[in-house]
Design a protein around this ligand. Structure first.
Ligand code: GLN
Length: 454
């Protein structure tokens, strides 16, 4: 714990942590010493973790990267962070993130962007994004400020930053991890998961994080499997599908090369490679960017200057003016854009044309996966259509930013377990990731196949 606390201090220039909580990590270390003496060590006894600032942590500021929640100290603990602490882990601090998890580069945070520890070979000191929204999480692991961290993934926010920083991260099946105490973005998509250096660390963390919780109505009432104990690199006879719709124009040849390399590794491990089709893939991105903002516009209605965080009340103003002033000052530009898009697609005149239509297309996308999984056990795709880009490169063009999520959002819409594994470097020396997507509840299959990449 002391070593990681020192690392966190040394790594401050990355802006990965928004608050540091060394006392929490040290208390867990002391508890681990006592547990060792009495012979009841827990799975994560004494392990110092970073917690994304989307998880409510009792008595510790929780902001979701937003000015709206600056200074907000929850009086309750999120189920996921509480589960990790109950398993013996301590907290090094809260991790920077895109505001309300909306973004793919960690540049929408009120605390400023996070820097990736990676640099382009020819890039001098040009800053590289760690991806987003879990950018602080990814950078902290990649720079070895923390051995493992929590992330959340609504449309790729665990997988894309993991790919950009050369680490591993898994989004489990929707419902595996409780959303209680996770600041809501798009409730039908939001899912917590671990990010760490390797598959085993992800398995250990996920086992501690997951589990039924009556405080989340969408939590799955199922026992948590022994993912770590059942890790096995024996994937002989497994059928791995390669969806042809993920071969899209404009993707650098290096991504294809890494994909081919991944296919070869799985084949060497004894898997059978099968071409499959997911015909509605190209509708996934527009569908996601209707459903996620719609749910966000509804979820973010709670920030009214009364119940949480910031309040801006103009002198002699009425209630409406207080709402307006609070929300104008509390939310950043990207969050406002999402609220406007979401409100529009849900409005009476456009509900059928947009939101309702998107819900139908979402069902078709889920059906594509269901049909593919009748003939294959897993799917292998790239995680993102590019390596990490430079800071500021896409901030002026929201559509270019959204396009980076193209390979991540289909599994989110279908609620499937999906994992990013590091698979190589591009010509600039930046990491590239591949994505394994599994059947509902088959985290074990995903984790086992991921071992082929280590
Ligand atoms: N980049 C996507 C978005 O901006 C996904 C974010 C996420 O998974 N939280 O919505």
């Amino acid at each position: 714990a002391e070593a990681f606390i020192a690392q966190v201090e040394k790594g401050r220039a990355l802006n990965a942590f928004v608050i540091e909580t060394p006392e929490h990590a040290l208390a867990a270390a002391d508890a681990a010493d006592a547990a060792r003496a009495s012979g009841d060590l827990k799975p994560l006894s004494g392990v110092p973790l970073g917690i994304k600032d989307l998880f409510a942590t009792k008595g510790y500021q929780t902001t979701a990267g937003s000015n709206m929640l600056k200074g907000f100290e929850p009086v309750y603990e999120s189920t996921v962070s509480g589960n990790l602490f109950a398993a013996g882990a301590g907290m090094l601090g809260k991790l920077n993130m895109d505001e309300f998890a909306m973004g793919s580069s960690n540049e929408t945070s009120v605390f400023g962007n996070v820097l990736s520890p990676w640099r382009r070979n020819d890039g001098g000191n040009a800053g590289i994004t760690p991806g987003g929204s879990s950018g602080g999480s990814a950078s902290a692991v990649a720079a070895r400020l923390a051995p493992g961290v929590t992330g959340t993934d609504t449309g790729g926010s665990i997988r894309q930053p993991a790919a950009f920083t050369g680490i591993s991260g898994i989004k489990p099946t929707y419902g595996r991890c409780s959303r209680f105490g996770m600041v809501a973005f798009a409730s039908s998509l939001d899912q917590a998961g671990p990010m760490a250096h390797d598959v085993r660390d992800c398995a250990v963390m996920l086992e501690a994080m997951a589990g039924f919780d009556r405080k989340d109505s969408t939590s799955l009432d199922l026992p948590v499997p022994n993912w770590e104990a059942n890790l096995s690199s024996d994937i002989r006879g497994k059928r791995i599908g390669i969806p042809k719709e993920y071969r899209i124009d404009g993707v650098p040849a290096e991504i294809d090369a890494v994909w081919e390399q991944g296919i070869a590794w799985l084949r060497d491990a004894g898997a059978e490679i099968v071409d499959v089709s997911l015909p509605h893939t190209r509708y996934a991105l527009p569908t996601y960017y209707i459903i996620a903002p719609a749910e966000a516009s509804s979820n973010l209605a709670r920030y009214d200057g009364v119940r949480y965080g910031q309040r801006v009340a103009p002198e002699n103003g009425n209630l409406t003016e207080m709402y307006e002033a609070t929300r104008a000052a509390g939310f950043g530009a990207e969050v406002k854009r999402r609220i406007m898009i979401g409100t529009y697609v849900l409005s009476a005149g456009f509900y059928d044309a947009y939101f309702n239509q998107a819900q139908k297309v979402r069902a078709l996308i889920a059906r594509d996966f269901h049909q593919a999984f009748e003939s294959v056990d897993l799917l292998l795709t790239p995680t993102a259509p590019s390596a990490a880009f430079g800071l500021g490169e896409k901030t002026a063009d929201p559509i270019a930013m959204y396009l980076n999520d193209v390979f991540a959002v289909p599994a989110s819409l279908a609620g499937l377990p999906a994992m990013a594994v590091p698979a190589g470097l591009d010509g600039q020396g930046l990491p590239l990731g591949l994505q394994l997507i599994g059947r509902p509840l088959d985290e074990q299959g995903v984790l086992n196949a991921a071992l082929a990449f280590e």
